[in-house]
Ligand binder design. Structure first.
Ligand code: ADP
Ligand code: ZN
Length: 216
């Protein structure tokens, strides 16, 4: 199993991209945001602890995330590439990941950074709609569903995420700048960083090229 981290600000398109890539057999998408939202919805102990942090746009405590991740990171013989989306989000989590992978005998192959200017991020998040039933993500401006307000995949009514309101978005971008941005240097220093210009729409070919480079 090859682990590849997706790095990028909220709205950089990590989730959408990973979901597209995960249609390729052998590629699996693991999103800590999706795991947490599922835990909140199911009312699990982790979900109960995470809820208030998420709604405020703050990071959930590292211990909660570490446990959730350890439960979901089992080496699976059918997974050739595991795309980690939304984790790690600070240097402490990057160290936790390094330990976890070392214990499982799995190598971190690279960190793919999606670079997007701030004004584009804010616009993208404003248009974001999500499916509460299957977590599919849409965007009224760039990736509209076939029928307005309805999930293409499962037919449920789309909603706006609670933490996508403008004030919370500004706060999340600030949290990203303070806590997650330092990971760019962290992975660059370890020779693992691959940056991709993700401001345009047609991202998949660029990412596939970057993933091939990470592989070889
Ligand atoms: P986005 O990338 O758009 O910010 P995510 O779905 O990745 O959205 O995350 C949503 C929220 O879930 C975050 O604002 C945070 O509260 C929580 N979260 C997700 N991943 C982590 C993580 N690795 N560490 C701490 N909190 C996390
Ligand atoms: Zn759906």
């Amino acid at each position: 199993m090859n682990v590849v981290i997706l790095l990028g600000a909220p709205g950089s398109g990590k989730g959408t991209l990973a979901a597209e890539l995960a249609r390729v057999p052998g590629i699996r998408h693991l999103s800590t945001g999706d795991l947490l939202r599922a835990a909140v919805k199911a009312g699990t102990p982790a979900g109960l602890k995470a809820k208030a942090y998420m709604e405020a746009g703050n990071l959930v405590p590292d211990a909660v995330i570490a446990e959730l991740l350890a439960e979901n990171l089992d080496a699976d013989p059918d997974t050739h590439v595991l795309l980690l989306d939304g984790f790690p989000r600070n240097v402490a989590q990057a160290d936790i990941l390094a330990d976890l992978l070392a214990r499982k005998g799995v190598r971190l192959r690279g960190a793919l950074l999606l670079e997007v200017p701030d004004d584009v991020l804010v616009a993208r998040i404003a248009g974001r709609r999500v499916c509460p039933a299957c977590s599919a993500t849409f965007n009224v401006a760039t990736l509209p569903p076939k029928v307005e307000g309805v999930c293409d995949a499962c037919g449920a009514a789309l909603v706006t995420r609670k933490d996508d309101d403008p004030a919370t978005v500004r706060h999340r971008l600030q949290v990203y700048a303070e806590q997650t941005f330092p990971l760019i240097d962290y992975y660059r220093q370890r020779g693992l960083l691959h940056a991709v210009d993700a401001s345009g729409h047609d991202l998949e070919p660029k990412i596939e090229a970057a993933l091939r480079k990470i592989h070889d």
